[in-house]
Design a protein around this ligand. Structure first.
Ligand SMILES: NC(=O)C1=CN([C@@H]2O[C@H](COP(=O)(O)OP(=O)(O)OC[C@H]3O[C@@H](n4cnc5c(N)ncnc54)[C@H](OP(=O)(O)O)[C@@H]3O)[C@@H](O)[C@H]2O)C=CC1
Ligand SMILES: CC(C)CCC[C@@H](C)[C@H]1CC=C2C3=C(CC[C@@]21C)[C@@]1(C)CC[C@H](O)C[C@@H]1CC3
Length: 380
């Protein structure tokens, strides 16, 4: 039995009170947005008959089963130093899923009914997230202390349930966090194909994110991955389904250009850092200026990472704007993603800065002095 307290870190997300509020607020916000996208702000709470559907449950379980099977099969892959993941690649899973869905449709699978099932699907996804997080919480009771995350082991059950106690919970070689972060939710959010395809093509980059290396796996990520991402990140597409908007070619071209600029910055910055972290002598990054740190790792201070301290966030936000613009400017709802994402990235950037200051100390301070802006040059 693991002790209730593992490695300690300062409380985040407003501590136990904040975690309790988010446990209720996140699902409530998701259902509010789903209802508002189809017929405006809901006047009352939906009844159980609108939320519960055995067909939606079956469809959801089939989806999870398919993604788990695609993840489970195939070869052992050396994914990062010291970490071996046995799974089919995420991009292969995306392509196979598309083929299977296409085959299903030509065999008469009524996929046109899917938009009508969004509410009950979101409901079973939320139930799954709660039950799964409970399982993860219990599993952490018997995990060794070395397997616990620094963040989610305060001893307060609500806070720890929300943040997650175990860092990378696995059964045999099935890694729950890695699976959830990239497969059922992300592939379910395929309306932004370029972004989802890009994440799955570069899936190994996920292994160095704070979600995998620092945060435990609890309700926040379980709900975020399997419910929040597919059902709220697709809000613009849901909005357009119920409120079609005219889009002339010149405006469509401007939007495509904004998206292309965002993607260029996002991919350029992420690839530059990933290449540098894998092999600093790679000719594509060898000429960039760096700062040495006491850990032996270096920090880039020129190229994308010399422009602002989070150029990848800037590109991501520009793309988020491009995804909302096709919905016009008559409603605020399609801009929810842009607003939420700005708040998420500002908060995430602050968390990352704290962790980097801890890791790199004086070298990080020097980096902040040389590159004073965080996300947006001359503004923030
Ligand atoms: N759509 C969504 O909901 C979300 C999307 N994202 C996207 O995912 C991607 C990954 O984001 P995220 O994991 O937050 O963070 P980053 O990819 O920005 O990684 C931050 C880490 O990079 C390293 N680093 C920072 N500065 C430098 C530098 N100058 N030189 C070299 N290494 C540096 C540090 O780690 P170390 O030194 O240990 O390598 C730091 O901890 C981003 O593109 C982001 O926009 C993220 C969250 C949500
Ligand atoms: C519900 C809460 C408010 C917060 C939940 C956060 C999660 C939805 C996100 C945390 C980090 C994420 C990342 C991605 C998707 C969203 C979550 C899971 C990506 C996989 C998106 C594609 C990028 O290329 C990589 C991202 C890594 C982090």
């Amino acid at each position: 039995m693991a002790p209730t307290q593992g490695p300690r870190a300062p409380l985040e997300f407003g501590g136990p009170l904040g975690a309790a509020a988010l446990l209720l607020l996140l699902p409530a916000t998701m259902f509010h947005l789903l209802l508002a996208a189809r017929s405006g702000p809901p006047a009352s709470l939906p009844g159980l008959e609108a939320l519960w559907s055995p067909r939606a449950l079956l469809l959801w379980l089939a989806w999870l089963g398919l993604q788990a099977a695609l993840y489970y099969c195939r070869r052992a892959r050396r994914a990062a130093p010291g970490l071996t993941l046995r799974c089919g690649s995420g991009f292969q899973a995306l392509v196979l899923t598309a083929l299977l869905v296409g085959l299903g449709m030509s065999a008469g699978l009524p996929l046109g009914a899917l938009p009508e099932m969004l509410l009950p699907l979101a409901f079973v996804a939320t139930l799954t997230a709660f039950i799964f997080s409970l399982f993860l919480y219990m599993k952490a009771q018997v995990a060794p202390v070395s397997a616990l995350a620094p963040g989610g082991n305060s001893g307060n059950p609500i806070y720890d349930f929300f943040l997650g106690r175990e860092l990378n919970p696995r059964i045999c070689f099935f890694d729950f966090k890695y699976f959830c972060e990239l497969r059922p939710g992300l592939i379910g959010w395929v309306c932004w194909l370029l972004y989802v395809g890009d994440a799955l093509w570069h899936e190994e980059a996920i292994l160095t994110t704070m979600d995998i290396t620092h945060d435990g796996f609890g309700f926040m990520l379980a709900f975020g991955d399997i419910a929040w991402v597919p059902f709220t990140y697709s809000l613009q597409a849901q909005f357009l389904l119920h409120h079609p908007q005219p889009l002339e070619l010149p405006m469509a071209s401007v939007i495509c250009l904004i998206n292309a600029i965002g993607y260029y910055i996002f991919r350029g910055a992420n690839s530059q850092k990933n290449t540098f972290r894998k092999n600093p002598s790679d000719p594509r990054v060898a000429g960039l200026e760096t700062i040495s740190t006491a850990t032996g790792r270096k920090l880039l201070v020129s190229g994308w990472w010399g422009m602002v301290r989070h150029p990848n966030y800037l590109g991501d936000l520009i793309m988020a704007l491009a995804w909302s613009l096709p919905c016009g400017v008559s409603h605020l709802l399609p801009y929810f993603y842009l607003l939420y994402f700005t708040a998420l990235l500002v908060h995430r950037e602050a968390r990352d800065e704290r962790q980097c200051l801890q890791k790199y100390g004086l070298a990080w301070q020097e980096y902040c002095r040389r590159v004073p802006y965080r996300i947006m040059p001359y503004i923030y």
